[in-house]
Design a binder for this molecule. Structure first.
Ligand SMILES: C[S@@+](CC[C@H](N)C(=O)[O-])C[C@H]1O[C@@H](n2cnc3c(N)ncnc32)[C@H](O)[C@@H]1O
Length: 314
């Protein structure tokens, strides 16, 4: 694992770690039916799948920013691209999973669109020319990328000056809402570490904190978020919505807004007490994407950035 001191993942919290090859292997095998995550589930009043909740949010943002001439970086088998093409937008995408790209090409052909709109490519060495796109989407991908510094430089390189970048992240602040091991770790990493004292006092505080939490050993390491068991072992990195704007400044990005999806009406530990847990969350997703509560009640967020124009005003 990369030394946290060099922080190419921009101060994120690594919740699980694998090589980039292992991430690709996951999307070549257990994750190779990605678009199934967008299918309506029987008996659901409203969609509750996180991929659909994110797409709904992206629809709102695309309308709000008038996005077009788009790149979908890490497009999988093309669900977002297909939606944008149906809206009449210009878009192309790439993904590093050849299996998913083959499926994406098949979907494009079936929909009457050129299959070249979906190609194999890697976020850390994008095969496309500089300053090509007015909008760059990167959804559900960056949390898997350890060389986030390289990936962001590449996304910015292919964006035109003034372009809109819509990027999704896993939310570090959600750990405060979970009342479990992650909460204790959040306190240790961000609050106890700030106490001006000896390590001994910090250790004591940490032990006492464990006692305040009724589930200090949950979730188990490599938890799966309800996905395939193998999802638990691929790289997942959380980022802080309060600092992401500052973190990405050095890539020439100006932060616009944060918005949130995948609301939890109560901490996940209490899900079993609420038959309609997911539907309640989905209702909140419909109306609360831009609320401050989302910063804590959602495990994921989308940040909108603008690529700075250079001094010549290009
Ligand atoms: C969670 S899926 C999201 C797919 C799609 N963006 C969506 O919103 O439906 C993550 C995708 O990122 C791709 N991916 C991960 N790391 C990548 C990289 N370094 N370069 C290109 N694609 C990558 C995976 O193959 C997978 O298809």
């Amino acid at each position: 694992m990369t030394d946290k001191g060099t922080a190419p993942f921009l101060d994120g919290k690594i919740t699980s770690y694998s090589s980039a090859e292992a991430v690709r292997d996951f999307y070549e095998t257990d994750g190779a039916n990605w678009s199934e995550n967008y299918a309506a589930k029987e008996g659901e009043k409203r969609p509750t799948n996180p991929a659909v909740l994110r797409l709904n949010l992206v629809r709102k943002l695309v309308a709000r920013y008038g996005c077009d001439n788009m790149l979908d970086a890490g497009c999988a088998d093309g669900p977002v691209m297909m939606e944008m093409l149906r809206q009449g937008k210009t878009i192309q995408g790439f993904d590093f999973s050849p299996t998913l790209v083959a499926k994406g090409k098949a979907r494009l052909r079936e929909g009457g669109f050129p299959e070249q709109l979906c190609e194999v490519g890697d976020l850390t060495a994008i095969h496309l020319p500089d300053a090509s796109f007015d909008t760059v989407l990167c959804l559900g991908v960056l949390p898997h990328v350890e060389r986030l510094d390289v990936a962001l430089s590449e996304l910015v390189r292919v964006a035109r000056p003034g372009a809109t970048l819509i990027l999704s992240f896993r939310n570090d602040l959600f750990d405060l809402f979970t009342f479990n091991r992650l909460t204790v770790e959040f306190f240790a990493d961000h609050f106890l570490s700030a106490i001006p004292s000896t390590g001994e006092e910090r250790e004591r505080a940490r032990t006492l904190l464990d006692g305040l939490i009724t589930n200090p050993s949950l979730p188990a390491p490599n938890y799966t978020d309800g996905g395939a068991a193998s999802f638990g072992s691929v790289t997942r990195i959380n980022h802080n919505p309060l600092t992401i704007g500052e973190q990405l400044k050095r890539f020439g990005l100006k932060h616009g807004l944060n918005c949130y999806y995948k609301f939890h009406p109560v901490p996940p530990l209490l899900e079993k007490h609420f038959d309609n847990f997911r539907d309640l969350g989905a209702q909140m997703d419909e109306t609360m994407s831009f609320s401050w509560q989302g910063m804590f009640m959602c495990s994921t967020f989308v940040s909108v950035f603008t690529k700075e124009r250079n001094e010549g005003g290009s």
